[in-house]
Design a protein around this ligand. Structure first.
Ligand code: MG
Length: 456
């Protein structure tokens, strides 16, 4: 990849930045002008609950309409709800979501959605950037300016699209606590789980861009009130989302936060069992090896991609096009992708899948979590601009081992693996090490660090 092929503004999840710094109405309008110039037609627009959302939605709509696009404003909704709308409705030529996902409240961002519901590919993000850098837009004359209309019903269509996939009263007898974190899922996940027959108790279920209860990132500390309430009301599980609800995380019936790789493994098991055929599970190269253990149980395999849900989704589509049976995909951060539903992370669908999992396995969630194989994942972060030198040194030091360089360098041994991966957007290198034994994970970490720490 040369420098001119690289994205400069767009990361793996669109453009994100601090409001008033990178993220200004002028900049967001330019994204609208550029996107509309390469995608003429009808564009769906939505947002999460951030304070800056209304201003930036107005700005992106102004840009889109100025180049002749018709916009449909879908209001506040989870990112996967807008992705579902664009994917299932051929009258849309693209979508835009004003969101900064899990980032702190001072951030916002713009995410462009393709007609198949996936995040826009790198090649097209680069075209958008080139137009912004050169200020080149197809500005429309007065009679060709786009129109605007509002569609507040998209969230209901999205909720129905999930509920209708499961047997009626699937969740009957289950009590669930939902912490929407004042984000985009403030109404949808309660409607989905209520629609499945669960008794639903909500926390932080009002939209509030100040995020007064917890940060948009659902962390163990931020979810303490959720854990406490799960225990207090003896719920079957607790569920929480990030700010735009493409990710979903869980608390078990003992009030314990379920680490997201283990969440993936639990749902992978349920999806494979339900599917009944052997096939492929797609996930980034940074994911836990437990995914392979579960896949083997169902005579299936795991295929690794670059880190980023867009790469997982697009690989799933490619495999399906080539005739491969793809069962499941996603990332080890609560962003799970269900190929029969849509090719993007879907937090509402993941919440529903937990109900399906418990109904299928007929065991309390804590026993299912505890029956997963042991795994210790250690992660380290280094501030450095020496990524090429670090990777070269590792390649030389571990030349005789099983290496995968799809994204950074992964070294696989029988009882452990390590991934050293430079960030795409910052001068940072991350090290991930995983093993079923904490001692082995620590030993291997020390061995890998010894190769490159002197270079930093
Ligand atoms: Mg998100």
């Amino acid at each position: 990849m040369t420098d001119t092929d690289k994205k400069q503004l767009f990361g793996t999840n669109g453009v994100r930045g601090i409001v008033g710094e990178l993220m200004t109405p002028e900049f967001v309008m330019k994204v609208g002008l550029a996107l509309g110039s390469i995608r003429p037609g009808t564009i769906a627009v939505g947002r999460d609950t951030r304070t800056s959302g209304p201003a930036f939605v107005s700005a992106v709509k102004a840009g889109l309409m100025a180049v002749g696009c018709d916009v449909v404003d879908c209001g506040v909704l989870p990112t996967p709800a807008l992705q579902y709308l664009v994917k299932t409705n051929p009258s849309y030529h693209a979508g835009v979501v004003i969101t900064a996902s899990h980032n702190p409240r001072e951030y916002n961002g713009v995410k462009a959605i393709d007609t198949d519901g996936t995040e826009m590919a790198d090649a097209e993000s680069i075209l958008i950037e080139q137009r912004i850098f050169t200020d080149t837009y197809h500005t429309a004359t007065w009679e060709n300016i786009g129109t605007e209309r509002f569609d507040p019903n998209v969230v209901f269509t999205y909720v129905d699209s999930i509920v209708s996939q499961f047997p009626k009263d699937l969740g009957k007898g289950m009590t669930v606590v939902i912490d929407a974190g004042c984000g985009a899922a403030h109404a949808t996940t309660a409607a989905i789980l209520g629609g499945l027959g669960c008794r639903v108790i909500t926390l932080n279920a009002h939209p509030d861009g100040y995020f007064p209860a917890r940060a948009p990132e659902p962390s163990t500390e931020g979810l303490k009130p959720l854990s406490d309430l799960v225990l207090e009301v003896k719920a079957d599980f607790g569920v929480a989302h990030d700010g735009d609800a493409d990710r979903c995380v869980f608390v078990d019936d003992k009030g314990r936060f379920i680490e997201e790789n283990r969440e993936f493994a639990l749902i992978e098991d349920a999806v494979c069992q339900r599917d009944g055929k052997s096939g492929v599970i797609v996930t980034p190269v940074s994911s836990s090896r437990i995914f392979e253990t579960i896949a083997e149980k169902y005579s299936s395999t795991v295929e690794y991609t670059m880190v980023g849900s867009i790469y997982v989704a697009r690989r799933m589509l490619e495999l399906i096009e080539s005739g491969t049976h793809v069962i499941f995909g996603g990332e080890g951060n609560g962003g799970l992708i269900y190929p029969w539903h849509q090719f993007c992370r879907d937090g509402g669908m993941t919440a529903a899948m937990m109900v399906s999992l418990l109904a299928q396995k007929k065991q309390p969630l804590f026993t299912l979590v505890d029956s997963l194989p042991p795994s210790y994942m250690l992660t380290y972060k280094y501030k450095t601009d020496k990524a090429p030198e670090i990777l070269a040194a590792l390649r030389a030091a571990f030349a005789n081992e099983l290496l995968n360089d799809i994204d950074g360098l992964r070294i696989d041994r029988d009882d452990c693996w390590a991934l050293v991966r430079p960030s795409g957007t910052e001068p940072i290198v991350r090290l991930y090490v995983e093993s079923p034994s904490l001692e082995i994970a620590e030993q291997f970490s020390a061995e890998v660090k010894a190769v490159f720490e002197s270079l930093i």
